[in-house]
Design a protein around this ligand. Structure first.
Ligand SMILES: *[C@@H]1O[C@H](CO)[C@@H](O)[C@H](O)[C@H]1NC(C)=O
Length: 405
């Protein structure tokens, strides 16, 4: 019976031990659970807080984005304004430049150039032969019957791009044929039947190529009434105007013109030896008389005989000149800067002395590719044929009547 008791006792003891053990475990687990619950509660609160914070943040960012886009709008508006202002400043600078230009915009022809021994002798000789007492004033008053002055550039048309950066193209106002001179020297050029033919031709394939008996120098040629007038230069000071019959293909006349030493007529276009313009009033020659003469000179020639009828100092400086053209007896000189910017008509000279300075227009050409290598005026269409960095461009012009008429 003793072992049985022992067993019972020991079992009871063990049971009590186990009971204690389980109680402890339960307590422990309960504590852990409580702790986990606490944690969960805490996390829950935390998440809630995060959520609210996130929402607040979202709201804030939305507001910020709103504000930013508003600011962006303002900025882009500011930028627009700025670019507008830059444009205006540019124009104002151009204007200031004009104001500080050493010469007046319109030069009066009051002082007909004392033509030096050369011109004077020629004219005296003629006068003596013809009539006595016919003085310069009378000659001057009938140089040009035209009463129009350039008032603006109405439109631009970029037709085509053929050939090298420099060259010349023009249209004979009489025959409406188009002539294209690629490059600034050579003995051949292209003839098209019309501007339409030229613009629709692939390259120069639909043209007739014409070969001259001598080389032309510079993009200063002119075509009028079936004749080509071009500059031929044998050496530095030996320059001639050649009259070439486009129908028969022969030279009909050659005349030298009065230069003492070689100089650039347009400071920015060294290839232009001299520049010819032809219209129904005659043949005009723009040239540099000598290296020491700072201004562009103008000679009026008889288009049939190439006789020089009159010579003027236009008092338009050669420096920074890019090109020039003659409208209605008025020379319009176009200036630019060495780094080609906006070309502008900044000096003009009226052989009739009928333009007063106040009405002299300061005309800007639209922004372009490079610089004008040549500008040829067509009096019938009132437009300019321009060669700009290989592009052939037409500028349509607007005119007004001269004030003093
Ligand atoms: C124009 O001249 C350039 C340079 O000499 C030459 O490369 C080009 O082929 C010529 N274009 C035409 C149409 O004659």
């Amino acid at each position: 019976m003793k072992p049985v008791l022992l067993f019972l006792v020991s079992t009871a003891w063990t049971l009590t031990g186990a009971q204690y053990y389980y109680q402890g475990l339960m307590d422990y687990l309960e504590n852990r659970l409580l702790a986990i619950e606490d944690r969960m509660q805490f996390w829950h609160e935390q998440t809630h807080r995060y959520h609210t914070e996130l929402q607040d943040f979202k709201k804030l960012t939305a507001e910020a984005v709103d504000a930013l886009s508003k600011e962006h709008n303002l900025l882009s508006k500011d930028l627009e304004g700025a670019s507008f202002r830059v444009d205006r400043v540019e124009r104002e600078m151009d204007y200031v430049e004009t104001q500080t230009w050493p010469r007046a915009c319109a030069n009066k022809a009051d002082k007909v150039l004392e033509q030096g021994a050369w011109g004077l002798e020629e004219s005296r000789g003629e006068e003596e032969e013809e009539e006595e007492g016919e003085d310069w004033e009378e000659v001057k008053s009938r140089v040009s019957d035209c009463v129009e002055i350039l008032s603006g550039i109405r439109s631009v048309k970029i037709l085509k791009r053929v050939g090298s950066p420099k060259g010349m193209w023009t249209r004979d106002p009489r025959s409406s044929k188009v002539y294209v001179f690629n490059g600034t020297s050579g003995d051949n050029f292209y003839q098209f039947n019309s501007v339409r033919d030229f613009s629709s031709s692939p390259g120069v394939s639909s043209s007739r190529q014409i070969r001259l008996p001598s080389e032309f120098s510079g993009p200063g040629s002119a075509v009028y009434g079936g004749y080509l007038y071009y500059i031929q230069q044998e050496d530095e000071t030996d320059m001639q105007v050649v009259r070439y019959d486009l129908m028969s293909g022969s030279v009909t006349d050659i005349a030298m013109f009065p230069v003492e030493s070689h100089a650039l007529v347009y400071g920015l276009n060294p290839e232009t030896v001299a520049d010819l313009a032809a219209d129904n009033e005659g043949l005009w020659l723009l040239y540099a008389a000598s290296d020491s003469e700072p201004n562009i000179h103008l000679a009026k020639m008889d288009p049939d005989t190439l006789d020089i009828e009159q010579i003027w100092d236009t008092r338009c400086p050669r420096e920074n000149a890019e090109a020039a053209f003659v409208v209605c007896g008025t020379v319009y000189v176009v200036y630019n800067t060495r780094l080609a910017s906006r070309s502008r008509v900044q000096c003009l000279f009226d052989v009739n002395d009928m333009i007063v300075s106040e009405e002299a227009p300061l005309l800007y050409f639209p922004r372009r590719y490079g610089a004008h290598a040549s500008l040829k005026y067509n009096p019938e269409e009132k437009q300019l044929y321009a060669w700009d960095d290989g592009y052939q461009i037409i500028y349509r012009l607007t005119m007004k009547r001269k004030l003093l008429v």
